[in-house]
Design a protein around this ligand. Structure first.
Ligand code: FAD
Length: 319
């Protein structure tokens, strides 16, 4: 089923979560071990992230350096197919512009279509470490909106090769990213929301937000989106703080703030266990408020670890 259909037809707040493909060399069992404890909360869908190649330099003879591309977490499409097959749950692959030509994107979408996967989250991707800013592939999509347009074209049976006749249309439900605290490259919130509206106007069906810890920012974001004419479902993304390292890592990596009420509590913590306790209680409180607000779904960033998200789901979604 398309994710957008689940979102449109629900009367209660749904539960969903995101997982990462395992590091190369690890088996798919680690994915199942992360999903199994969350099945009882009836996940509406599971998102699977996509990780671009990284470049490393290897020293060769005579001091030459060889640039080598390595992909540490391959397997997004395979994992989605495996999840659908094993659990009969909708799996949503993240598809990015970076590193793909439009031709390669089209081929990836054809593979997904043949596998019976009718959902994608369309993203631009971040710049790779060796780039000062995002550089699209030659002949690739530059912004997520371009990727959305390509998927919409395929949904209308329009392939890159105009000579293909009587082409079978695909049927993708398309999610896009939104930022309650603004995307880090955007000059201001209004400009970012205008860009988000372009993605919706291009044919995206729903929005999943970047993680955030201050519900007031999410509520203000939803209002600003509605005022701007964005009327599709907006799904909040929640990540519990689970370690002392998260306190500095999450704001830096995701360009978000931690509210002072939360940092006041976190500053008292001296161990990861204490930090996790504070982070879990905060996420439960956030989730309950979001349910009260009437969000269609809450999307949890598990980062491959389901224990804490299970505790939150037990407090928020248990029947
Ligand atoms: P866009 O919507 O293209 O926006 C990027 C920036 O460009 C914004 O500042 C926007 O305001 C601006 N912009 C947009 N259109 C235009 C235009 N026409 N002209 C000028 N400026 C424009 N990354 C991964 O690599 N893999 C993942 O699996 C992944 N999953 C994610 C899941 C979620 C829910 C979220 C929120 C992010 C995820 N990301 C992932 C990170 C994402 O790729 C980055 O945040 C990226 O920098 C922006 O992606 P986007 O799709 O929001 O880009």
């Amino acid at each position: 089923m398309q994710v957008i259909e689940r979102l449109r037809n629900t009367k209660k707040t749904l539960f969903s979560f995101e997982i990462l493909p395992p590091l190369k060399g690890k088996s798919i069992q680690s994915i199942y071990d992360g999903i199994d404890p969350l099945l009882e909360f009836d996940p509406a869908f599971v998102n699977v992230t996509y990780h671009r190649e990284e470049f490393i330099y290897k020293k060769r003879e005579k001091g030459y350096l060889e640039k080598i591309a390595i992909k540490k977490r391959p397997g997004t499409v395979g994992i989605c197919a495996a999840i659908k097959n094993k659990y009969n749950i909708e799996a949503v692959p993240h598809l990015i512009c970076g590193g793909f030509t439009r031709e390669e994107t089209e081929n990836a979408l054809i593979d997904l279509n043949f596998l019976g996967i009718d959902n994608v989250l369309a993203l631009r991707g971040d710049p790779i470490k060796t780039e000062p800013h995002f550089i699209p592939e030659n002949g690739g999509n530059k912004y997520a909106v371009d990727l959305v347009r390509q998927i919409v074209d395929l949904n209308q049976g329009k392939y890159i090769d105009e000579n293909i006749e009587n082409a079978t249309p695909t049927n993708f439900s398309i999610g896009v990213a939104g930022y309650p605290e603004k995307h880090f490259e955007s000059p201001n919130m209004q400009a970012d929301i205008r860009r988000l509206k372009e993605k919706i106007d291009a044919g995206a069906h729903y929005v999943v937000t970047q993680l955030f810890f201050d519900n007031k920012k999410f509520f203000a974001f939803v209002k600003a989106c509605r005022d701007a004419g964005i009327d599709v479902p907006i799904i909040p993304g929640i990540k519990p703080i689970e370690s002392l390292r998260h306190i500095t890592f999450l704001p830096k990596f995701f360009n978000i703030d931690l509210p002072s009420e939360l940092t006041d509590q976190l500053e008292q913590c001296t161990s990861n266990e204490e930090t996790r306790e504070v982070g879990t209680k905060w996420a439960i409180q956030q989730s309950k408020e979001l349910v009260e607000f009437g969000v269609p779904c809450i999307h949890y960033y598990t980062m491959g670890k389901s224990k804490t998200v299970r505790r939150i789901a037990q407090a928020v979604f248990k029947k």
